[in-house]
Write a protein of this length. Structure first.
Ligand SMILES: Cc1cc2nc3c(=O)[nH]c(=O)nc-3n(C[C@H](O)[C@H](O)[C@H](O)COP(=O)(O)OP(=O)(O)OC[C@H]3O[C@@H](n4cnc5c(N)ncnc54)[C@H](O)[C@@H]3O)c2cc1C
Length: 387
């Protein structure tokens, strides 16, 4: 049988692939979205109920992309007829004179992101049940909040299909033949398209070598921990407790973040923004809990209203680049192959705008943003001449 032909094939139906496919279909491109597992699944990076959405970033380029991303989230809510965002505010705490904290504050100001600075003497009046670390300062980004993650992935896929897009799950891509028509072979089919987008999440280091490319991506397992409130409701979304980020906690090198109790009543989600390296197919064999120990110590010191032992621990994967910035670029050898990878544990909120720029690259258009911070060239990667 002749292979099915499309304008574009997207590999990977996480948030980034689903939004790329969504934009392509809205641009009237005949698009196929391939996924290795039966959908929905919880083995990659986009599952789970919630993610933080914020503009508080140290880098201007992220803050400016988030302006459009927020608009596109609102549009998806309308198109799909579902609520995807809940405003909670985001409390940012960090060393007052620390570089990161100062950079975030100045990006917030220069991008006119609504925020309220909390003076130390008024902190506990606004944020009860949290101890602000000595030497730390705090502000609240007032329009930040929660995205409903599983629902968002489903909504993007639903609108994609509504525009004629085709999703095939349980189709693991095992071979890619570049060319003016790219041929993609899965365990059960062969497909051809004018362009290909690879958004394989933690499996990028398996899929990219099929095109002769290797990137410095590290996959880590995150223990997603939920902690019990000693007094029910004290950190709850209904009592207007915000999401938070603790920059440079005393207990560890990387940030700690949390979301108010919401998905599991009485349990607040707090995670460490790094984990231990793992093979994505062997995630559950990685049993290191040093991140949980860091969180327990932080909670004992700063969140006295939580029991410092997790009640529920789930898992999720980050795909981390050396500088923690994304990869959004064309393949260095094949211009009709486009790559979205290395979202480094902070890519969900950008899904709509990441999908937009990946679709622009794959349609041969000039992308809407300067993509130099996300280029493959920054890794000095030489594509292997395997093909
Ligand atoms: C615990 C946790 C908390 C996070 N919190 C936040 C947050 O608060 N805010 C935020 O913005 N971001 C957050 N993130 C990051 C965000 O969730 C990720 O950046 C984002 O989900 C990455 O999406 P993706 O589409 O690249 O990857 P994935 O969702 O993993 O999708 C990749 C897909 O490709 C498929 N695939 C791979 N190989 C093949 C193949 N050979 N054939 C077919 N299909 C294939 C996979 O099965 C998978 O479905 C968090 C992540 C985690 C884990």
């Amino acid at each position: 049988m002749a292979p099915e032909e499309y304008d574009c094939i997207v590999i990977g139906a996480g948030i980034q692939g689903s939004f790329t496919a969504y934009h392509l279909a809205k641009n009237k491109k005949k698009t196929l979205l391939l996924e290795q597992f039966i959908l929905p699944h919880s083995r990659g990076s986009s599952h789970g109920q919630t993610r933080i959405i914020r503009k508080a970033y140290a880098e201007n380029f992220y803050a400016s992309m988030m302006g459009e991303s927020c608009e596109l989230w609102t549009l998806l809510e309308k198109e799909a007829g579902v609520t995807l965002y809940r405003r909670t505010g985001l409390l940012v705490m960090g060393p007052e004179n620390g570089k990161d904290f100062q950079l975030i504050k100045s990006t917030i100001q220069s991008n006119r992101v609504p925020a309220v600075v909390l003076q130390r003497h008024e902190f506990s009046q606004h944020i009860p049940n949290v101890n602000l670390t000595h030497g730390d300062a705090a502000f609240v980004e007032t329009d930040a909040g929660i995205l409903y993650a599983d629902r968002a992935v489903r909504a993007a896929q639903m609108v994609f299909q509504g525009h004629g897009g085709v999703i095939k799950d349980r189709q693991k891509v095992v071979q890619i033949e570049p060319g003016s028509m790219v041929t993609v072979t899965t365990g059960s089919g062969v497909y051809r398209a004018k362009s290909l987008v690879i958004t394989a999440g933690p499996w990028a280091s398996r899929v990219l070598p099929l095109t002769g490319l290797q990137l410095p991506l590290k996959v880590v397992r995150i223990n997603v921990c939920y902690w019990k409130e000693k007094v029910p409701g004290s950190y709850s979304v209904t009592n207007r407790f915000p999401c938070f980020i603790q920059i440079q906690p005393k207990e560890a090198e990387h940030d700690i973040y949390g979301l108010p109790s919401n998905e599991y009543p009485g349990l607040m989600k707090l995670c460490y923004h790094m984990g231990s390296e793992t093979d994505p197919d062997e995630r559950d064999r990685q049993t290191d809990r040093s991140d949980v120990d860091i969180l327990s110590r932080y909670i004992s010191r700063c969140f006295p209203g939580l029991v410092p032992e997790p009640a529920v621990v789930e898992s999720c994967l980050y795909t981390v680049t050396p500088d923690h910035h994304f990869v959004l670029d064309r393949h260095p050898t094949y211009s009709n192959i486009v790559i979205g990878a290395g979202f480094s544990g902070h890519g969900f909120k950008f899904g709509p705008v990441v999908g937009k720029v990946l679709s622009e690259l794959s349609m041969g258009q000039v992308p809407s943003y300067d993509l130099s911070p996300f280029s493959i060239r920054r890794f000095h990667t030489q594509p292997k001449s395997a093909l």
